[in-house]
Design a protein around this ligand. Sequence first.
Ligand code: AMP
Ligand code: ZN
Length: 446
Amino acid sequence: MTIRLYNTMTRTKEEFVPLDANNVRMYVCGPTVYDYAHIGNARPAIVFDVLFRLLRHTYGAGHVTYVRNITDIDDKINARAAERAKADQRNIPILDVLREITEVTYGVYRSDVVALGCLEPNYMPRATGHVTQMIAMTENLIVAGYAYAAEGHVLFRVKKKADYGKLARRSLDDMIAGARIDVAPYKEDPMDFVLWKPSTPDQPGWSSPWGYGRPGWHLECSAMIEATMGETIDIHGGGIDLVFPHHENEVAQSEGAHHGHPLARFWMHNGFLNVEGEKMSKSLGNFVTINELLKDWPGEVLRFNMLRTHYRQPMDWTVAGMTESWKTLEKWYAVTEPLADPPIGEAFLEALSDDLNTPAAIAALHSGTEHELAGGLGLLGFSNVQLNLAAKKLVDEGAILAAIAARKAARARKDFKESDRIRDELLAQGIVLKDSAQGTTWEIKR
Ligand code: AMP
Ligand code: ZN
């Protein structure tokens, strides 16, 4: 079946043909790990999981590479760590506080998206693991004339890239007005953006040809894509808010460093999610985290509710919609036999292949036969409501962290019988503990 996808670069729906059918490559910008992920962050995770499953179905599971990064170098993380370190009684170094924040946050994110029925991507690179590649890419950009060093910073010379703005399709004036450009004395032009910036000794940093510092966010993704999948990938995804400046700058950097070879052949963006008709924000008090929601709703209901809206449309998340979704799923499961390898309905697959038309695919399920129903649900990544209810119990993060603290205390007083008992008890619940020099982290047993 032909897959057609809407490409933000061309603003048209195009037939999708991968560069190499034996290795279809997709990258999606992942979470910045400083706080719990909200329901809006769940949208790209679910949407691109459906695409991942469709590609695996079409090209074979062994022929698709899906990379979703972890942004663990970011000024929001630094600010949170500084805040936490100040309030912390233990007087531990800020970099340790920072690592604790990113590890715990990522652990929660990972279990959240598993509960939403998302397959794990093939690679989940961390920015902190690829700083060497980021420095190398910056050096290449300087050599090619696309970047310059100034006062410990390295900046991308936007005027040198004649087609800058081709993804966002904005004029330079619009871009300057929209991007809250920092005017800084070391910049040749206000539009130039940061590839590398200096860090103070209490901020995370790496030594580089330009002094102790850290990469800019856009550079992180360009370097992680190059490191995991090479110069040109098939699909690059993320939320619509990332088109400018994040993805525009990724294009500029990667093409600049790779002799103009395109970074991605298809650019895909999910629409924004509002909550009960309003933009989600902490000040409005309607900030809904996935973790919080999973206490009241099976992950599968969240997933199904999300897919009732087409991914490019804006979506309004409401409790009424969630209740309706739960009722529909229960009705379906009442008439569906679980099958080990259920067939997939033709109409269902056709709808998904048409730019991931999940509302049409769900309509096809409504009118489908029972077995097709089961197959369709399988492709969307559903298991069954009860199963997800069990998975939901696994992510009681507070209890896990309390158990980890109790185990640490037991080990400190050399009560190894008790510390082993706590570890085994968590293991029995499917939680695996990992000890390292930085402390203890947890993950779900796979
Ligand atoms: P962030 O951690 O803020 O970088 O966001 C991670 C991903 O979630 C990005 O792909 C964002 O575009 C996406 N995202 C953030 N907020 C929303 C929202 N309200 N609706 C849909 N997607 C969102
Ligand atoms: Zn990115």
